[in-house]
Ligand binder design. Structure first.
Ligand code: PMP
Length: 360
C-alpha cells in the first residue's frame, strides 16, 4: 500500500485512519450482512441501524436537546445558504449576517433573494483577517447568521456572537463543527458540510430546533423544506448513505478520543506550537489577528510570493500536501482538523524552522 502523507487540505480533508480502515471492510460487507454499505437499501434493517446509531451518537456527542432534529441532507453547506432564508425569512422580514469571509458573503447574497438581509458587521476592510467586535443588529431580525470558522482566512469565533436576547442564532459550522464542546441550546440552526471534520463530501449535517421547522415557509418545493426531511428522518428520498455511515463512524471515533472536550484539548495542543512558532519567527507571519486565530486553519505568509511557493514545494518534497493558501489570502494554510495528527504539526514546524534558518 502507498504510504499516507500529512494532508493539510482544507477540505475534503484528512479522516481518522481507524474509520477509513473499517470503511474499507464495510464497502465489501457491512458487518456480517454480505452486502457492502453502499449496496444496502436505505430502507432495509441494516442501514436503518446505521442511520439510527449515527443520529444517536451525534446527539450524545453534542448533547443535542430533544427539541432539535438532526438531518442528513445533500447539496453541501452552499445549499443551506438558500434553504435557510427560504424556510425562515419572509419578504417583510430582515435577517442579520455577520460577514466574516467569502462563505458568509455567499450566504448573505442568497438571503437577499428572499427578504432583507442586513450586514451586521464585516471584516472585509482588512481582507477578513479578524473577527469584528462591534456588531450592529437590526431591530428584530428573523435570525442572526454567522460563520463560526472562516476556512479561507484562518479566523474563528471563540464564543457565540453576543446577540439580542431571544435571537435565533444560525451557524455555518462547516469547518469547526465538533472541534470542541458546543451548547446547542444557544442555537436555532447549525449546519456543516461534512468534508472537514465529519466525513466525506456529499452529506450536510443540519441541527434545527423544532419550532423553526413548525413555523417555516410551507410554500416551497418539497425537497427544499426542512419539514419534509424532519418528518421522514432524512429519508424522503434516498439519502447519502455512505456519507451517513462514515459520519456515524467519525462520531464513534470522537467518542473514543474522549468526546468534544478532549477534541478541544487535542486541537489546542496541535495549534499552539504552530502559532507560538509564528509569533517567534522572523520569516513567517500569521495572517490572522492573534485574538481571532482559528484552531482549524492556520494561515501564514512570508511576505514574498516566491518564497511562499518555495516553501510549499519544500513541504511537498517532505511529504506534506495541501499547504498552499487560498488564492484570496496567498501564502500558506495548514488545515489541522480533528483527525489531523499532532506529529504532522511537529513535522511542519520543524520544516519551517529549517526553512527559516536557510533563508535568513
Ligand atoms: N462554509 C464554509 C465555512 C466552508 O468552508 C465551505 C467549504 N469550504 C462552505 C461553506 C461550502 O461548503 P460546500 O462545498 O459543502 O457547499
Amino acid at each position: 500500500m502507498v504510504e499516507r502523507i500529512y494532508n493539510f487540505s482544507a477540505g475534503p480533508a484528512v479522516l481518522p485512519e481507524p474509520v477509513l480502515e473499517k470503511a474499507q471492510a464495510s464497502l465489501m460487507s457491512l458487518g456480517d450482512t454480505g452486502v457492502g454499505v453502499c449496496e444496502h437499501s436505505h430502507r432495509g434493517a441494516a442501514f436503518t441501524e446505521v442511520y439510527d446509531q449515527a443520529e444517536a451518537n451525534c446527539r450524545e456527542l453534542a448533547g443535542i436537546p430533544d427539541n432539535y432534529r438532526v438531518l442528513f441532507l445533500q447539496g453541501g453547506a452552499s445549499s443551506q445558504f438558500f434553504m435557510i432564508p427560504m424556510n425562515l425569512l419572509s419578504k417583510d422580514q430582515t435577517a442579520d449576517y455577520l460577514v466574516t469571509g467569502a462563505w458568509a458573503k455567499k450566504a448573505i447574497a442568497e438571503a437577499k433573494r428572499f427578504g432583507t438581509a442586513h450586514e451586521a458587521c464585516s471584516s472585509a476592510d482588512r481582507n477578513f483577517s479578524y473577527i469584528p467586535r462591534e456588531v450592529t443588529y437590526s431591530p428584530s431580525p428573523a435570525y442572526v447568521h454567522f460563520t463560526s470558522n472562516n476556512t479561507i482566512y484562518g479566523t474563528q469565533f471563540h464564543t457565540e456572537p453576543d446577540c439580542p436576547d431571544g435571537s435565533v442564532l444560525v451557524c455555518d459550522a462547516s469547518s469547526d463543527i465538533f472541534s470542541g464542546p458546543i451548547d446547542v441550546a444557544k442555537y436555532g440552526l447549525i449546519y456543516a458540510g461534512a468534508q472537514k471534520n465529519l466525513g466525506p463530501s456529499g452529506v450536510t449535517l443540519v441541527i434545527i430546533r423544532d419550532d423553526l421547522i413548525e413555523t417555516s415557509n410551507p410554500d416551497l418545493p418539497t425537497m427544499l423544506r426542512y419539514q419534509t426531511h424532519a418528518e421522514k428522518q432524512s429519508m424522503f428520498n434516498t439519502p447519502p448513505t455512505f456519507g451517513i455511515y462514515l459520519m456515524g463512524e467519525v462520531f464513534k471515533w470522537i467518542q473514543q478520543q474522549g468526546g468534544l472536550s478532549a477534541m478541544a484539548e487535542h486541537n489546542r495542543a496541535k495549534a499552539d506550537p504552530l502559532y507560538q512558532f509564528l509569533d517567534e519567527s522572523k520569516l513567517f507571519n500569521g495572517a490572522a489577528d492573534s485574538d481571532s486565530r482559528s484552531l482549524m486553519n492556520v494561515t501564514f505568509v512570508t511576505g514574498d510570493e516566491n518564497l511562499d511557493a518555495e516553501f510549499v514545494k519544500a513541504a511537498s518534497a517532505a511529504g506534506m500536501s495541501g499547504l498552499k493558501g487560498h488564492r484570496s489570502v496567498g501564502g500558506m494554510r495548514a488545515s489541522i482538523y480533528n483527525a489531523f495528527p499532532a506529529k504532522g504539526v511537529e513535522a511542519l514546524v520543524a520544516l519551517m524552522k529549517e526553512f527559516e534558518a536557510k533563508h535568513s
